[in-house]
Design a protein around this ligand. Sequence first.
Ligand code: NAD
Ligand code: TYD
Length: 349
Amino acid sequence: MKKNILITGGAGFIGSHVVRLFVNNYPNYHIVNLDALTYAGNMENLSDIEKATNYTFVKGDITDEVFINRLFEQFQFDGVIHLAAESHVDRSITDPLAFAKTNILGTMVLLNAFKNLWKDNWDGKRFYHISTDEVYGTLGETGLFTETTPYDPNSPYSASKASSDHFVRAYGETYGLPYVISNCSNNYGPNQFPEKLIPLFINNIIEQKPLPVYGDGKYTRDWLYVVDHAVAVDLIFHRGKNHETYNIGGFNEWQNIDLIHLLCQQMDEKLGRPKGTSKQLITYIKDRPGHDLRYAIDASKINKELSWKPSVTFEQGLSKTIDWYLNNSEWLQHITLGTYQEYYKKQYK
Ligand code: NAD
Ligand code: TYD
């Protein structure tokens, strides 16, 4: 019998890569992609698989309890892979309540619907919650986040994700709900909305606009190519242990300013501009409040237990990402019109 799998947030950046992988690799699954199509959701991300016979798109809001309960009754989901979220730290600073609503309440509505559907009949069922390394707060110059690092979130975004992680665990302990959680480092790659560092800077370099570096640019992130994240999600969904957390990271730390220099160099080469052209666009601006200094993941658990490791180096992944944006200028143009301009003016005034 076909299994019905719900993927939430599948029209977003990471979600679209996860949906594509599951639709293509699992003809025995019926994949239902539920997405509210907020500013971050984009049907163009999935145009290549939208007609697949094992795929259904549903537009809807995870915080709408009546609608969600009805959807679970209709499709009797065996598994849930939950990615829908408000995901950008800067937006969480200007509108924290939107993050509490979607990320905390929305997750609880899904957990409740899953619990009410299956009661105690959990055989073969699984709720997979996709989270972030930002729940662990910030590292100093040394050390890595492991699965047992205490939660210490600093932004409204990371606090809302931490809270949702706690609710998932609580449903596991209290109701026996079979869950897995993964906490992943910064993703980059095709289809990322140009509010996050890498696609925003690619777009600005194309348009020869200033590159707004927060503070001194010495903040460090651990970058992972999005397709490698999707592969890890597949492994964890199928082979991860119940009630466990897996950290996913790129073994790939970069200080922002070094990453930006590499990006400028690759973009100059690809655009045929003289060496050093894009670097001149770098503009240091006021720092982000509560800016976490450093994130870095110890991914040895997923590496050992599920034999997962990233498939590309950062130089390769970045080059593929830039090529994608240069070859998909219409995608970029469609989403950088209208409300994006308003956001940009407000954020970078
Ligand atoms: P994104 O912002 O690109 O996409 C989020 C998607 O969720 C969008 O399609 C949006 O329309 C949808 N959505 C938002 N609110 C919704 C609601 N109320 N109901 C239904 N759908 C809604 O985000 P992303 O970067 O792809 O992140 C996906 C998940 O992965 C998030 O849970 C995020 O916390 C987590 N994560 C992201 C990163 C990263 O670097 N981007 C790293 C680790 C974890
Ligand atoms: P971002 O892509 O927003 O991811 P996160 O804050 O979730 O790690 O930012 C990555 C790093 O880049 C972070 O240290 C903030 C910095 N940054 C800038 O310097 N300028 C920008 O315009 C943006 C969006 C981010």
